[in-house]
Ligand binder design. Structure first.
Ligand SMILES: Cc1cc2nc3c(=O)[nH]c(=O)nc-3n(C[C@H](O)[C@H](O)[C@H](O)COP(=O)(O)O)c2cc1C
Length: 245
């Protein structure tokens, strides 16, 4: 295994950080790594808001459902899918932009994800760790107001970054046969394989929590997907000018 593969396979979310600040030139290098990711039709639809203001950070802790590390991380970035700048450039050319297509929503969101994971990997290569914060979508309209996001821009997730003050074990992933299929989709053996994997996940939680959590992966997912998931998202996205057609 080379160093890149080792780095990728040892990644895990880190939620406790030291006080050490990440220098601004390092943040900027990370963002340039994000920009180097592939981008659908060269749309470059990711905008990152670096939230420095302490009072805004504290508000974001609450808006993300009480996740204290949003404030305690050295750096907090909000990754936005941004089709506003495309409106600006269409205006530059007196072209009327046709916005609101679901396809534009997908391409912009995919751009953001590729960009962000490059940032995360580049950070890890420098000994900086982090965690994504989808929790900002709990109160996405308030987050958008706080960050003054215009129409055609939505915050996909946040990212805490900092020097790690914990070393969690990597979470075991699904067996390869469940995620890699040859030539056609086939889930014939997946239930059986997932039951085996469940034992591994239960053991992972047991050792990580000193026995207080003993959940399997399938229990976790089955428990989660019987609940509504952020039903406000559909109206929010429409209000911002996404997924209208
Ligand atoms: C888009 C996205 C949003 C996430 N949102 C949160 C979050 O709000 N809070 C949190 O603690 N972890 C969050 N996570 C981290 C996941 O819980 C974590 O990646 C998953 O449990 C696997 O663990 P690992 O990253 O340690 O391998 C998020 C991850 C992704 C990719």
């Amino acid at each position: 295994m080379n160093e890149v593969i080792k780095l990728l396979q040892s990644r895990c979310s880190v939620r406790k950080f030291t006080e050490q600040v990440i220098p601004q030139d390092v943040i900027e290098q990370l963002i340039i790594c994000g920009q180097a990711a592939a981008t659908s039709s060269f749309i470059q639809a990711c905008t990152v808001i670096q939230v420095e203001d302490a009072s805004k950070r504290n508000l974001l802790v609450d808006l993300a459902g009480g996740q204290a590390y949003v404030a305690s991380a050295a750096t907090f970035l909000v990754f936005c899918a941004d089709m506003n700048r495309h409106k600006l450039v269409c205006d530059m050319h007196n072209s009327e932009m046709l916005s609101g297509y679901t396809e534009q929503f997908i391409t912009a969101t995919v751009d953001v994800a590729l960009f962000a994971q490059n940032v995360m990997t580049a950070a890890q290569s420098l000994g900086i760790e982090g965690v994504y914060i989808g929790g900002i979508r709990n109160n996405i309209a308030e987050v958008s107001d706080l960050l003054k996001l215009p129409a055609l821009v939505y915050p996909v997730f946040g990212m805490c970054l900092g020097y790690p003050a914990q070393e969690p074990d990597t979470k075991p992933r699904l067996p390869l046969s469940v995620v890699l299929k040859k030539d056609r989709y086939n889930d014939d053996n997946d239930t059986k394989t997932i039951s085996e994997y469940d034992k591994q996940v239960r053991e992972y939680y047991r050792s990580r929590t000193g026995g207080t959590k003993e959940q399997t992966w399938s229990e976790q997912i089955a428990g989660m997907l019987v609940k509504e998931t952020r039903p406000h998202m559909k109206t929010y996205l429409k209000d911002r000018g996404f997924v209208l057609k």
